[in-house]
Design a protein around this ligand. Structure first.
Ligand code: ME8
Length: 637
């Protein structure tokens, strides 16, 4: 029996929305996890969110929300994106959960009790002074700066000095080097292994485990003036999620006795390949088996960044290509582990060529021919068909070849195996030209060809189900198959489909897409988007309480009132279309809500500086008023 398989993605920062970089890792982990499950392996797939640290606290303050309110909101955007992409994680870890905090305390305690081989305390207290970039949540060295700025965030780091607890990383490096060199701790691809070994060769320092200045974090159990360093907090998610300090049985199963694989991109190599193993060694826990660092990709030749506005929202890709189309397109952009450039404008060509033409057409042509020539009933197989033996052989080899690629993290190669077989089958179908056989009355042979093609389609639908779960379920439904026969064993057996069963086929599985279809979707979306504003935009609107000092009708305009208002000491005139509902004597003295920072404008030639707020439906209108002791000038938020 293989060991239980435990796979993780990084936990993503919640100070931003998910983009296709996050989606890429998550879809990849989902594919690997689903593949192992397909092979009957006990598998656990974890993803989640990294919610502590200054960056999050700052973003929350900017949005006028408490930290946890802000986190709840952005965590939901990640969870929605993963739902949209049919990600099937077994658990979603949040670093703000009690379960996680308990684990952080436990690992900190374990590290605090630990001694190095030389008998020194692994954790010690000292002062740290250095340049700190809040964008990176880390101290950075002078050497790393570009023109005095953090190269990633283009901001000047702050000089900070504070008391910290330090972790004696340097004492663990020789051991870690040995483990990586011997592949006991496997760093993949090879290039990344060399990069880590190169880092160990440089002058690395101990790192600090705690922060005095950061307030939004897990407070240390032994010193409440400090919170755990956000990376110590974050890395612990990999064990908190499966029960470290909370559920020993589960922890033992997945961590101690399992095969642990962490997926990520190379941007967070140092933390995962050095800090994390060192923390685990100190705490006396087993190390993960593999850290796989996939490629980092650019979009249209540029690094993805908020400021360039080129972050691709995975939900938008799903709107155009569906969840399965998006999963397929992302997974096949480049070999897993290699950097590349994503060019979304090429997606449509690839979608049409691979999914609509190759796979979609194979299914439609074969099934439609069964419908029109065999009354929708699956014909009898026939072994003696020229060329069938080769097709059978290719089909037989495909599922295990694909699974072997998955075990070696060669995800696009695994997909190529299945899509290669689709191409071979299309060729077989074209070469055999069963439509001609029908005309010649050779239904026996025609049926045999169609049966074989249906079997290949069934097998492909199993192997591609970790990549396109929904569409493959649709394909399987044509043959009345449900998820009970969705496993690799079934993919390794030919002649499974019962001749005579009725095929159900309504529509093509991957309808061809045109640029026009996508543009239409874009149009509807942009009108929807036009109605949405973000926090920054809303934050610019100043809503205040105003008292109406005087009111009179505007001459020649029945519906308008000219109001003299006071917003605190600021006296102004505004014109409002409320005369039908509020006669001047009624509105005078009221405390109303106004937009205070509108540029002055002329309405019917009369100056108006501000706008009042009212609720209106049909022939009813009510002013937004403020009662009680709130004075005029008070801010409304
Ligand atoms: O670093 N190409 O979170 P994060 C490929 N919270 N993958 C990309 C990518 C790109 N251009 N951009 C992002 C953090 N990714 C920490 C992790 S884990 C204990 C804490 C993916 O939101 C890739 O997996 O910045 C990368 O490692 C991760 O998102 C970084 O996510």
């Amino acid at each position: 029996m293989p060991k239980p398989f435990y796979i993780t993605t990084p936990i993503y920062y919640v100070n931003d929305k998910p983009h296709i970089g996050h989606a890429y890792t998550t879809i990849s982990a989902d594919m690997i996890s689903r593949f192992h499950k397909l092979a009957g392996r006990d598998t656990f797939f974890l993803t989640g969110t990294d919610e502590h640290g200054n960056k999050v606290a700052e973003a929350a303050a900017k949005a006028n929300l408490s930290e946890i309110e802000f986190c709840d909101k952005t965590v939901a955007t990640f969870q929605n994106a993963w739902n949209n992409l049919t990600i099937e994680n077994d658990y979603f870890i949040r670093t703000t959960s009690d379960r996680h905090k308990k684990a952080v305390w436990k690992i900190l305690d374990a590290m605090r009790e630990a001694k190095t081989d030389d008998g020194e305390d692994v954790v010690y207290s000292d002062y740290y002074e250095g340049l700190y970039c809040t964008g990176c949540e880390k101290f950075i060295t002078e050497k790393e700066l570009v023109d005095g700025l953090c190269p990633d965030h283009k901001v000047k780091p702050e000089l900070l000095k504070e008391k910290n607890y330090f972790f004696r990383l340097t004492s663990f490096l020789p051991k870690i080097k040995e483990l990586i060199e011997s592949d006991e701790l496997e760093i993949l691809p090879e290039e990344r292994k060399r990069e880590v070994l190169g880092l160990i060769g440089q002058d690395l320092n101990d790192f600090s485990l705690s922060r005095e200045r950061v307030k939004w974090g897990v407070p240390l159990s032994f010193d409440k003036s400090q919170v755990a360093y956000v990376w110590v907090d974050a890395l612990s998610n990999y064990i908190s999620a499966i029960g470290y300090g909370d559920d020993d049985e589960s922890f033992k199963k997945w961590w101690t006795n399992g095969e642990v694989v962490h997926l990520m991109a190379k941007d967070i190599l140092k933390f995962h390949c050095l800090f994390w193993p060192a923390m685990l060694l100190a705490a006396g826990e087993k190390l993960p088996k593999t850290l796989f660092l996939h490629g980092f990709f650019t979009v249209d030749g540029e690094k993805m960044s908020k400021s360039l506005g080129n972050m691709i929202d995975p939900n938008e890709v799903v709107e155009n290509f569906g969840a399965d189309g998006t999963r397929y397109l992302l997974l096949t952009q480049f070999p897993f582990g290699v950097d590349g450039d994503v060019q979304a404008k090429r997606f449509i060509t690839q979608y049409n060529s691979d999914l609509a033409n190759d796979l979609g057409n194979l299914v439609s042509r074969v099934v439609k021919m069964v419908l029109s020539n065999f009354d929708g009933k699956l014909p009898q197989p026939k072994k003696e068909i020229d060329g069938l033996e080769e097709l059978l052989k290719a089909t037989e080899e495909m599922p295990n070849a694909a699974y072997t690629h998955v075990k070696h993290f060669q995800l696009s190669k695994a997909i190529e195996e299945a899509m290669g077989l689709v191409k071979t089958t299309n060729k077989f179908f074209n070469d055999k030209a069963p439509w001609k056989l029908g005309k010649e009355g050779k239904f026996d042979e025609m049926g045999g060809i169609l049966y074989a093609c249906c079997e290949v389609i069934r097998i492909v639908s199993i192997v591609l189900s970790p990549i396109m779960p929904t569409k493959m379920r649709e394909i399987r439904a044509i043959f009345n198959l449900d998820d009970s026969s969705l496993n690799l064993d079934q993919a390794n057996t030919f002649f499974v489909l019962e001749p005579g069963i009725t095929l159900n086929f309504n529509d093509s599985i991957f309808p061809r897409l045109s640029e026009k279809d996508l543009a239409k979707k874009e149009d509807t979306k942009s009108t929807e988007d036009d109605n949405l504003i973000d926090f920054d935009q809303f934050g610019k609107v100043e809503l205040k309480v105003a008292e109406v000092l005087e009111a009179e009708k505007v001459e020649g305009a029945d519906r308008l009132l000219k109001l003299q208002i006071a917003i605190g000491d600021d006296k102004r005139q505004i014109i409002a279309g409320v005369a039908e509902f509020y006669p001047p004597e009624k509105i005078k003295g009221m405390k109303i809500a106004v937009v205070a920072n509108l540029k002055p404008a002329k309405i019917r030639g009369v100056e108006s500086h501000g706008m009042l707020l009212a609720a209106k439906k049909g022939k009813k209108l009510t002013l937004m008023t403020v009662d009680g002791d709130i004075p005029s000038g008070a801010k409304i938020s």
